[in-house]
Design a protein. Sequence first.
Length: 126
Amino acid sequence: MVRLGRSPRLALALEWYALLGAPLAWTAQLVTGYGLTEAACGPSGRAWNIGVHAWEAVIFVLALLVAAGGWASAAALHRAVIRGDLADPYGRVKFQTMIGLIVGAIFLVGILYTGAGVQTLDECRR
């Protein structure tokens, strides 16, 4: 087991991943999903017969994994600060991990809603 108190770079990287992992995963899901839909519903995409639902499912699972990893990092860091395994004299890590837990939960729900909504819609409506 890695003690986070002895590796501040790992703790700092996990802290930023905990804070930004879920929002960036949701953003990537929306942007790539939009681009994929535009490509599939265009003239070239219709000729190539690009399946939107299969690719959207892959994007959904990847975004969900990244966001869940960020949320788990926030939980692990928060637990480490509370137990005293990670030095946090100013309370910055505890504050950022609490924000990461809240924001991560919100964006996890957003990723779930987006993934479910995309799978239920028709592929192209033109």
